[in-house]
Write a protein that binds this ligand. Structure first.
Ligand SMILES: [Zn+2]
Length: 319
């Protein structure tokens, strides 16, 4: 009986690598759960067929049976038992076969551990309460619209999963902690920075496209603004990557105006970079005084984006 590690990693959306300069044949690598945040990349190797596992950074992080590693990832013995029940299989699938299967696919799939958020489902209660508290209403319609998910265990435990679709393909996702977990957002991988959150809705066009930094800023401005022709896309950070720039360039034609709305704290950093935005033909706007990020804007202020946008351009560099 071999433990189906790849199936397990995929089920929980745990990033893994199967090829690269330091990857030995027949192994997969993940971030070492014992080293945690101090493992800057994937140093935990697992031999798929023989099952032994070990960390390159610390020899004590190793074992021969899946249990120790599973416990470090899942955090509870009952979850380990459940995982073993599901992923211990007598039919071992060699890595090459896996790769073939995966290449046939058009896009990623959302891991099965990510479940839809429903307002009246008690299992997603903490998640819908979080959304309601942030002003998203009605919760089921909102979560449905952006295909938001929740997760109870694994590496995205107690996070709201926000998937990023581009032309119908799932590129990746980020998990927003609903408690005080660090980091606030946990991305599926670097490919996320090459796409725009909410890209496919923005393809529908409108009056104003608002480009924002954070995923929840994007969801808020888009959800309350879309009735007024305001749509939003998210950058997953404070810079515009080349992939994002070319997507924005194509989206521009579908709107009367494109505005880059920056967080108050990003002000200086973005001013430096604003020449890139000029090249893209984006107007740079700043939030009104006292508003920390776009998710704190009132509905009236979002409506204002579609109309005069007067308050937003106070003190702006503009283009
Ligand atoms: Zn380690």
């Amino acid at each position: 009986m071999a433990f189906d590690w790849i199936g397990f990693f995929e089920h929980f959306g745990i990033p893994y690598v199967t090829s690269g300069p330091n990857v030995a044949e027949g192994n997969v690598y993940i971030q070492c759960p014992f080293c945690g945040g101090s493992d800057p990349s994937q140093h935990m190797g697992v031999h798929l067929e023989r099952g032994m596992w070990g960390c390159w950074r610390d020899r004590k992080h190793s074992g021969r049976k899946p249990d120790g590693l599973l416990l470090a990832i899942l955090g509870s013995r009952s979850d380990v038992a459940r995982a073993k029940e599901r992923f211990l299989s007598s039919s071992f699938v060699p890595l090459a076969k896996r790769e073939e299967r995966r290449e046939g696919k058009e896009s990623l799939r959302l891991p099965e551990a990510f479940l839809p958020i429903k307002a009246f489902d008690p299992k997603s209660g903490r998640f819908s309460r979080y959304l309601r508290r942030r002003g998203f209403y009605p919760v089921s319609a909102f979560a449905d619209n952006y295909d938001l998910r929740y997760c109870h265990y694994g590496s995205q435990a107690w996070r709201i999963i926000i998937p990023a679709w581009e032309s119908g393909r799932l590129i990746g996702w980020t998990g927003r902690a609903i408690g005080n977990r660090y980091p606030r957002y946990k991305d599926s991988g670097p490919e996320l920075k090459e796409t725009l959150l909410n890209h496919d809705s923005a393809l529908l066009g409108g009056r104003v496209l608002v480009v924002v930094e954070g995923p929840f800023d994007c969801l808020w401005v888009d959800w309350v603004g879309r009735e007024f022709g305001v749509r939003a896309v998210g950058l997953f950070g404070k810079s515009v990557s080349s992939g994002q720039a070319s997507l924005l360039f194509r989206l521009k034609r579908r709107f009367e105006k494109v505005v880059l709305l920056l967080d108050a704290d990003a002000r200086s950093a973005s001013l430096e970079a604003s020449r890139d935005y000029e090249a893209l033909g984006l107007k740079v706007a700043f939030l009104p005084k006292g508003v920390g990020d776009p998710a704190e804007l009132s509905i009236t202020q979002v409506m204002g984006l579609a109309d005069g946008i007067e308050p937003f351009f106070n003190g702006s560099k503009g283009v």
